[in-house]
Ligand binder design. Structure first.
Ligand code: AMP
Length: 467
């Protein structure tokens, strides 16, 4: 690993203290924990953060008027040109925290062909698309161009966009490197470089790639790094690539204080499928988590066979299939989404009030991540675990660590506890754009004209991805 940039930041020399937990805590973690606990005065509105009227107008249209804690504290530092280390989870509003000031700083500038001015690196295609969708209207109001660069999508289209000149690139590291190798993009003009969910990128094996990319970022670039944890080499990135970073952290909401209810059913292996079928008949959205791609596909197919509109998202599905699955789920056309952990990273769908851990998560972080797809932005949600009797101990230990008291109960199909879940949740009203027009369907239900059908799906995916 090249260490071109030896950091002189004030944390670089602090000793690393290990604790008995799974992760080792560095001095930086301790500092971040302190920052998270600090009382802060929240900005009343976005004008108080010196964002221009054209940006505020777009936020107002999206019903966003009061800056979240991470936005209140981070936006002024990014505008002031400081490097930044932020600890904030998905759902905290971190995309705008780094995105809005970045766009405002670039307003009025024009990128040369193949030389973007800002780079936002993210772990997954879904997150790239979501960051792009969140920032695109603001970019457009400021006369800036933004594009996504991720695997599974046309290299040629990405090349064309880069060639035309684009100020902001939202990229996954692997595909970005492909373009760098082909010479279709260079980082010579980069003014701002952002790593979002750096810990997830590290977890997915992108550390060497991130390091190679960061080594090519100009020395005077303003670098921002967001990460929920600093393990898996993330603290080394901080030391080597952030210059005396401003620290920003928002206190993790304790599970017990949130709007999330945790439940656990102990089920016989032979009963599990029936219980899932019963639960997923509920009128509201249900998000199911399983361990494997095969498991996700099989479960979604089985549910569909028993008449439940279900779809799946996992690593073996193409980008357009993933987009369609997400779009169908968020529009309400499919009430059930079966997902694997990696595929679900960073996805955001409003109105999910039940997450079911069909297979137990590999580690506690995954439990938080999975469950965090529900009870978002003040709404209520349930995280239900389906356990076999030999999984109850690990489950109880994990919940105790969170400060929750959950007593798993043994259930069979049609038991009152199962029925209560199966009848819970508000009936989803399917958004009009989610109904496929009859005109492009044959009487047998198949599309009349495949091209129209595909176009329609693409349009629909775009609509529902815009948050
Ligand atoms: P993020 O943490 O960036 O993934 O944002 C999560 C969700 O919060 C997105 O749907 C945003 O549109 C929404 N959001 C971001 N900032 C605010 C805010 N200040 N007030 C209300 N909602 C917000």
């Amino acid at each position: 690993m090249s260490q071109r940039r030896r950091s002189n930041n004030r944390y670089a020399q602090k000793p690393v203290r290990s604790t008995k937990g799974k992760d080792s805590f560095s001095a930086l973690d301790v500092e971040l924990a302190k920052v998270a606990k600090q009382e802060r005065v929240l900005a009343e509105n976005f004008a108080a953060l010196n964002l221009p009227g054209s940006v505020i107008q777009i936020l107002t249209k999206a019903n966003i008027s009061k800056p979240s804690p991470i936005q209140s504290s981070a936006i002024p530092d990014v505008l002031a040109g400081k490097d930044l280390l932020g600890r904030a989870e998905t759902g905290s509003g971190k995309t705008y925290a780094f995105g809005l000031p970045t766009l405002v700083k670039l307003a009025g500038k024009k990128a040369k062909s193949g030389s973007p001015l800002a780079l936002i690196m993210v772990p997954t295609r879904e997150l790239a698309q979501q960051v792009n969708d969140a920032l695109a209207p603001v970019a457009s109001a400021l006369n800036l161009k933004i594009t996504t660069i991720y695997g599974g999508a046309s290299m040629q289209r990405q090349h064309q966009a880069l060639k035309r000149g684009v100020e902001i690139v939202v990229a996954t590291p692997g595909r970005l490197e492909d373009h760098m190798r082909q010479g279709t993009v260079n980082l010579n003009d980069l003014e701002i470089c952002i790593l979002d969910e750096a810990d997830h990128m590290a977890e997915m094996g992108f550390m060497p790639s991130m390091t190679r990319i960061l080594d090519l970022v100009p020395r005077n670039s303003q670098n921002l790094l967001f990460s929920a944890t600093l393990d898996r080499g993330v603290s080394t990135l901080v030391k080597n690539y952030l210059k005396t970073p401003a620290l920003h952290a928002v206190e993790k909401q304790k599970q017990s204080e949130s709007n999330m209810e945790h439940l656990a059913f102990i089920v016989e292996k032979t009963e599990k499928v029936n219980i899932i079928a019963e639960i997923t008949k509920r009128p509201a959205r249900t998000l199911l988590f399983v361990k494997t791609k095969y498991g996700a596909e099989k479960l979604a197919n089985n549910l569909e066979k028993s008449g439940i509109e279900a779809t799946a998202i996992h690593g073996d599905r193409s980008q357009s299939q993933r987009n369609r699955a997400l779009s169908d789920f968020s529009s309400g056309r499919k009430r059930v989404l079966v997902a694997t952990d990696v595929a679900a990273r960073g996805i955001h769908v409003d109105g999910v009030d039940l997450v079911v851990h069909v297979d137990p998560p590999q580690e506690w972080k995954d439990y938080i991540h999975r469950s965090g797809r529900t009870a978002r932005a003040g709404s209520k949600g349930v995280a239900l675990s389906l356990l076999s009797s030999n999984e109850t101990r690990a489950y109880a230990k994990m919940q105790t660590e969170f400060g929750n008291q959950v007593t798993p109960i043994k259930v069979r199909t049609k038991d009152a506890a199962v029925t209560a879940i199966a009848t819970s949740g508000e009936v989803i009203v399917i958004k009009p754009e989610a109904v496929r027009p009859n005109s492009i369907r044959r009487p047998d239900g198949k599309p009349k004209n495949k091209r129209n059908f595909r176009q329609f799906d693409r349009k629909k995916a775009k609509v529902s991805q815009t948050r």
